[in-house]
Design a protein around this ligand. Structure first.
Ligand code: TXA
Ligand code: MG
Length: 349
C-alpha cells in the first residue's frame, strides 16, 4: 500500500486535505493524525473492519481496546452511558482535552473496537486538526497511538512514517504535538472512579471535580500482584531497543552510579546513552547524553521523553541509564512511561 502524506500548513487547502482524509475513514481506510497528546492511528470506530485493520497495521493484540474520539460532547450519548452524570462533570472541566473516560458501551459500538469489553473509552481531543478530521469522518474515530506495537508513541509525523509507512492510507502532518504523552484514562464504569493511566490531567485535578479518585496500583509498581485494569498497560510498551535502567536515589549518588555503569558498559564494548537533565548533563561521559529539559519543568520532560527514546534507537545505543524524576503531579505520568520503557528495571542507590 502506498501511504499518502498531507501537510496541514494553515493554508486554504487544509479543508480539502482534511476532507480527503475524512473520506478515506468513511470508506474504511486508516489515517494517522495529530492530537494534542500524541499522533493517533484513526479508523471508523463503528466499522468492525476498520478496527481489525488498525490492529493489523500496529501489530497489536486484538484484546487491547481502542479509544473512540468524538468532536462534540453530545455525541458521547450515541456510544456510551453516563450513568451518574460523572462524565458530564469531567467533560465540563477537561474537554476538549487530554482525558479519556471509560463508560459502559452502547450496542452500536462493535466488539472489535472495544476488544470485546462491555465498556468503551471515549475522548474529545482539543487539537483542531483532530476535531475537523473526526467531523469529516462522521463523528466517531477509533485511534490508538500511531506507533507500531511496543514502540514509543509518535510525537511527529516523521515518527509515524517510521512505523506506519506502507501500512496505512494517509498521514496528516500537523507538526509536532504539544504534550508528548498519551491522555489520562479514568474508568467511570465501576463503583469509584479510577485512574488507569496517568497523564497531563493529574489525580489532583480530577479530585477537584470528583469526590474521590483511586489510582490503579500497578501504575508505578511493577511488582504489584494485581493485573493492570487497562489491558494495554500490561504489555511492555514504549520500549527502546537498547536496554534501559532507571537509577533512583540521592542526586549525587545517582550521578556517580551512572558514570560508573557507563564506564563499565563502555569497557565491555557497548554503546552507552544517558537520560539526564539540563542541570546534570555535564556530569556524564557517554556516547550519547540527552537532556529531557530542566528538572523542575515537567511539561518539557513529558514533551521530550518519547523523542529521546526514539533517538537512542536511531543511534544504535545498547545500554541506557536514566535519572529518576519526581512522581508527583504530571511526574506520575512521566515516571509511569519511563518505568514501563525500562520494563521496571530500577537501580536504587
Ligand atoms: O492520548 C491518547 O489517548 C492517544 C491519542 C491518539 O488520543 N491514544 C492512545 O491510545 O494512547 P492507545 O490505544 O495507545 O491507548 C489506549 C489505552 C490502552 O492501554 C487500552 O488498553 C486502554 O486505553 N483502554 C481502551 N479502552 C478501554 C476499556 N474499555 N477499558 C479499559 N481500558 C481501555
Ligand atoms: Mg499506545
Amino acid at each position: 500500500m502506498k501511504t499518502r502524506y498531507e501537510v496541514i500548513d494553515g493554508s486554504s487547502r487544509d479543508e480539502e486535505r482534511i476532507g480527503r482524509a475524512g473520506k478515506i475513514l468513511k470508506a474504511g481506510g486508516l489515517v494517522a493524525f495529530p492530537t494534542e497528546t500524541v499522533y493517533g492511528l484513526g479508523g471508523d470506530a463503528l466499522n468492525p473492519a476498520s478496527s481489525r485493520k488498525i490492529y493489523a497495521a500496529k501489530g497489536r493484540p486484538s484484546d487491547n481496546p481502542l479509544i473512540v474520539h468524538i468532536c462534540r460532547w453530545e455525541d458521547i450519548h450515541t456510544i456510551a452511558e453516563d450513568l451518574r452524570g460523572t462524565a458530564k462533570r469531567l467533560a465540563d472541566a477537561f474537554w476538549p482535552g487530554p482525558l479519556t473516560m471509560i463508560l459502559p458501551k452502547k450496542e452500536i459500538v462493535p466488539p472489535e473496537t472495544t476488544g470485546g469489553l462491555p465498556t468503551v473509552a471515549v475522548r474529545f481531543p482539543s487539537h483542531p486538526v483532530a476535531q475537523r478530521l473526526i467531523e469529516a469522518a462522521g463523528g466517531y474515530v477509533a485511534a490508538p497511538s500511531a506507533n507500531a506495537s511496543g514502540r514509543p508513541s509518535p510525537t511527529t509525523a516523521r515518527y509515524v512514517a517510521e512505523d506506519m509507512d506502507g501500512r496505512i492510507d494517509m498521514i496528516l502532518d500537523g507538526g509536532e504535538v504539544g504534550i508528548g504523552l498519551e491522555s489520562t484514562i479514568v474508568d467511570l464504569s465501576g463503583e469509584e472512579p479510577m485512574i488507569l493511566r496517568p497523564g497531563y490531567v493529574t489525580q489532583e485535578m480530577l479530585e477537584q471535580v470528583l469526590d474521590g479518585v483511586r489510582v490503579d496500583e500497578t501504575i508505578l509498581n511493577g511488582k504489584s500482584p494485581e493485573r493492570p485494569k487497562a489491558p494495554g498497560m500490561k504489555y511492555r510498551h514504549y520500549a527502546p531497543r537498547g536496554e534501559l535502567s532507571v537509577v533512583e536515589g540521592d542526586a549525587s549518588r545517582v550521578r556517580e552510579t551512572i558514570v560508573r555503569m557507563c564506564a563499565a558498559a563502555e569497557a565491555a564494548g557497548k554503546k552507552t546513552g544517558v537520560i539526564a537533565t539540563d542541570e546534570s548533563a555535564g556530569a556524564y561521559r557517554a556516547d550519547s547524553v540527552k537532556s529531557v529539559g530542566s528538572r523542575g519543568d515537567e511539561a518539557a520532560i513529558a514533551h521530550s521523553l518519547y523523542r529521546i527514546l526514539r533517538e537512542f534507537d536511531e543511534e544504535g545505543v545498547d545500554v541506557i541509564y536514566s535519572e529518576a524524576f519526581s512522581s508527583r503531579g504530571m511526574g506520575q505520568a512521566i515516571m509511569n512511561r519511563l518505568l514501563k520503557a525500562a520494563g521496571h528495571h530500577v537501580i536504587e542507590v
